[in-house]
Each structure stands twice: as structure tokens, then as C-alpha cells.
Design a protein around this ligand. Structure first.
Ligand code: S3P
Length: 430
């Protein structure tokens, strides 16, 4: 069932929020806890459907999951050996679930089949097949995609350089390496988000890093932990960008994850002219957490160019940055972001299509977009393509458009951020 949501223009963004737990960290905590020995306990666990997919796959593999009303999740792990599972494991819409679980399962004896929804079944899985087969597992794909079957068993350690910057692929290899005798090393040209490295250490594993590599020594056992999941900075991005659009705005987001491999958006907003203040910075299970306050510049936003390593680090925030591009003075230019084409949707094509629907001029490239500044947008019907980040990015653009905007496929926000529209109503002044 697809749902439509009407977004009316806003006068300002004001308020203070605490956001649900980070999706990337919740996936990793949930998966590692389910694999570890003992019972782990997480407060502020992600409320998104993607992390629920990870938990339900891990339940099918023998872990026990208990959800408490206040958003706490307790996970009792299988102690390093999963239960054989004949039924396909349903990863839903979640690329993280499918790619990371594949690494966890490849060293386990047995056959495992992983399936996903229509979007996930289009996404490239060759990127995990190659390293896992180098380690000695067999992965049978369907024309490079899911459904995929893993024929697991004892593996050998490898030294692998990732051809595309991907934290999911890095994690897949590290989770296989965790269970494999010897040293498995992953080298990456661009340092991608390092939540797996930090989470593996928090669960007691020894992981070593250099500037461009991560090594894990297997086999190692994991032990249960207790942790508070920091607020999701990729969900925060929609609110931070919204606040940056309104002179006079004042938005405060508490207990937000500020891991440096995830927080590049704050630098881009600063470069655009927004005032970004970070308070109460502390470390929790090696993850940085703090309060962020954003106010918009009286003279409006400037210009930004995002390319190279920055494009990889901001990959989930690019749709919303492009969507606010028309409201800057000098525009937003994005390059080296070809990966956007193989996310939950082709995000370059959908951003261009929806900006044009709102009356904007935009140039589309194979690896990015040029969104000129100084444009006036009008309300339009937005095709989210069932992609949560497209639905949320255009809800933000709609706040500054003239007239009402209809977001089609609005239910998709539940993939990462079910509370999105309610929280937007709380801070958007009409
Ligand atoms: C994620 C990594 C990124 C990101 C995704 C979450 C993760 O994907 O786009 O939303 O949690 O590791 P890739 O690894 O494919 O770049």
C-alpha cells in the first residue's frame, strides 16, 4: 500500500529533539549481539524496518530477541554458532542486512538463502561474492543480485582491497575474518564508516587499523555488551538541512552520533554558512556522541562542491543536500557519487526528476548532479520510488516551496525513520 503525505510550506524550524538510534550502529550491535555469547541490552535501538530485518534474520538463526516498550532491545546470542535454517532469510529492503549477514554466515557450515524486496533484489551483490569466494565460500547469485545462496564452511584469511568504497562490504569481510584462522585484512582507498571496527572492539574482538586498512585476527569469540545507541546523524540530516533553510531557525538535536566518519555533513553545513555548534561531546563504546545546534545564516546559504572522498562519506546525505541546492545562492555540485545509482533507488535520477517536477533546473551526470542556486520551487507530486531518503529529502525541499507538495510512497520513511513526519510537524512552524 502506498501512502501519500502532504507537506505544506513552513515559516521556520524551531525546537529540540532526540532522534531514534543510528541505523548503521543498530545493525551492527544487533548482529554482533546475536552472534556473541550472553545477553546484550541496547537502549534507543533503531526503530526502522531495516534493523528489524536484521533482528528477525538473526532470530531465524537461533538468537533470542526481546523488545521492551521504551525502545530497549535485548538480544541473547548463539555463542558463535548459528542454528541451521532451511527457510530463506528475508532481508526486506536492507542492503546492510544482506551484505553483512553474508559475511557472518559464510564461515558457518551449511547452506543459507537470503532474499529481499523488489528494490533489494536489484542491488549489486557481486561486490560481496568476490571476496567471500576468495576466502573459499560459495555464493550463488541471481544475475548478480539476490536471491543469493551461501554454501558456507571453514574459510581462509585474505588480504583484500575493496574496489568500491563500501562499509557494508568491509563489514562482510571482517565478519567472515572474525571466524577464520589467521589475519584477514581489508584495504580501502576512502575510509568508510568505521562502526564495525568500533563495535567489534566493544564486543571484545581484537581489530587493528592503519590509515587505509583494517585487520582482524580469527577466530575470536564475542561477548555481550550494554549500550545506548546514539541518535542517527543520517536521519538528523533532514532536520539539520531544514533548519539551515530558514533565517531565524534554531534546532537542537541531543545525544546525536558524531562519529567522524559520519559527521561530514556538519562541515558542509558550516561551509554553506550555517552556524553549527557541538556541545556535550562524549565517547560511548568508542562512538562519539554530542548535542548539535544549528541556526541558519541571515544572508542565506552559500555554495558547496562535494566530490572525491567527501562524496563517499556523505553518500546517505547527498539526496537532501541536492534537494536544498535550489535555495542556496551558488548551488550544490555533486560528483564521484556513482554509488547513488545503486542505492534503494537510482537516487541521482530520482533527485533530478523530482527537482524538475518542482520547477527547478538541474543537470544530471553519471556520477552526480549540478543544482544551480537562487531558484524558486513550487509544490509538486513527488515520486519517492519507495525510497525513504528520497521521500524525506523532498519533504525538506517542500518546506521552502510555494504551495503544497504531495509525497508519494511516504510510508517508505519507516525503513529508517518511522517518526519522521511526526517530528517534522513538531519543529516546522506553519
Ligand atoms: C551503510 C553503508 C553505506 C550506506 C548505508 C549504510 C552501513 O552503504 O549507504 O545506508 O551501515 O554500512 P555502502 O556500504 O553500500 O556504501
Amino acid at each position: 500500500m502506498t501512502e501519500e503525505r502532504i507537506i505544506r510550506p513552513s515559516k521556520n524550524i524551531l525546537g529540540s529533539l532526540r532522534l531514534p538510534g543510528d541505523k548503521s550502529i543498530s545493525h551492527r550491535y544487533g548482529m554482533l549481539a546475536a552472534f556473541a555469547e550472553g545477553t546484550s541490552r541496547f537502549t534507543n535501538f533503531s526503530t526502522g524496518a531495516d534493523c528489524a530485518s536484521t533482528l528477525s534474520c538473526m532470530e531465524a538463526l537461533g538468537a533470542q530477541v526481546r523488545r521492551v516498550d521504551d525502545g530497549t532491545v535485548e538480544v541473547t546470542g548463539v555463542g558463535g554458532r548459528v542454528t541451521p535454517c532451511d527457510a530463506p532469510l528475508d532481508c526486506g529492503n536492507s542492503g546492510s542486512t544482506m551484505r553483512m549477514i553474508s559475511g557472518l554466515l559464510a564461515p558457518q557450515e551449511g547452506r543459507f538463502t537470503l532474499v529481499g524486496d523488489e528494490s533489494l533484489s536489484r542491488r549489486p551483490m557481486e561486490r560481496i561474492r568476490k571476496p567471500l569466494e576468495m576466502m573459499g565460500a560459495r555464493l550463488v547469485l541471481t544475475e548478480g543480485h539476490a536471491p543469493l545462496t551461501i554454501v558456507g564452511g571453514a574459510l581462509k584469511a585474505i588480504d583484500y582491497t575493496t574496489p568500491v568504497p563500501s562499509a557494508q562490504v568491509k563489514t562482510c569481510i571482517l565478519l567472515a575474518g572474525l571466524q577464520t584462522t589467521g589475519t584477514t585484512t581489508v584495504r580501502e582507498a576512502v575510509r568508510t564508516r568505521d562502526h564495525s571496527e568500533l563495535a567489534l572492539r566493544a564486543f571484545g574482538a581484537k581489530v587493528e587499523r592503519t590509515a587505509d586498512s583494517v585487520s582482524i585476527y580469527g577466530p575470536q569469540a564475542l561477548h555481550a555488551i550494554e549500550a545506548a545507541v546514539p541518535g542517527d546523524i543520517s536521519s538528523a540530516a533532514f532536520f539539520l538541512c531544514a533548519a539551515a533553510l530558514f533565517p531565524g531557525s534554531n534546532l537542537v538535536l541531543g545525544e546525536l552520533g558524531l562519529n567522524p566518519t559520519r559527521a561530514a555533513l556538519l562541515d558542509v553545513l558550516t561551509a554553506l554558512g550555517a552556524r553549527v555548534t557541538v556541545l556535550n561531546l562524549e565517547e560511548k563504546n568508542a562512538e562519539l556522541v554530542g548535542t548539535v545546534q544549528v541556526t541558519a545564516p541571515a544572508e542565506g546559504l552559500g555554495t558547496a562542491e562535494i566530490s572525491g572522498a567527501l562524496a563517499a562519506q556523505l553518500i546517505d546525505e547527498l539526496p537532501v543536500l541536492a534537494a536544498i541546492g535550489p535555495f542556496t545562492s551558488g548551488g550544490i555540485r555533486i560528483r564521484d557519487a556513482k554509488e547513488l545509482r545503486v542505492k534503494e533507488s537510482d537516487r541521482i535520477a530520482l533527485v533530478a526528476k523530482n527537482l524538475r517536477a518542482m520547477g527547478a533546473e538541474v543537470s544530471e551526470f553519471e556520477d552526480g548532479l549540478d543544482v544551480p542556486g537562487g531558484q524558486v520551487l513550487h509544490g509538486a507530486t513527488i515520486d519517492s520510488g519507495g525510497d525513504h531518503r528520497i521521500a524525506m529529502a523532498f519533504s525538506v525541499a517542500a518546506l521552502r516551496a510555494e504551495g503544497e507538495t504531495v509525497i508519494q510512497g511516504a510510508e517508505s520513511v519507516a525503513i529508517s525513520f518511522p517518526e519522521f513526519f511526526d517530528l517534522l510537524d513538531l519543529v516546522a512552524e506553519r
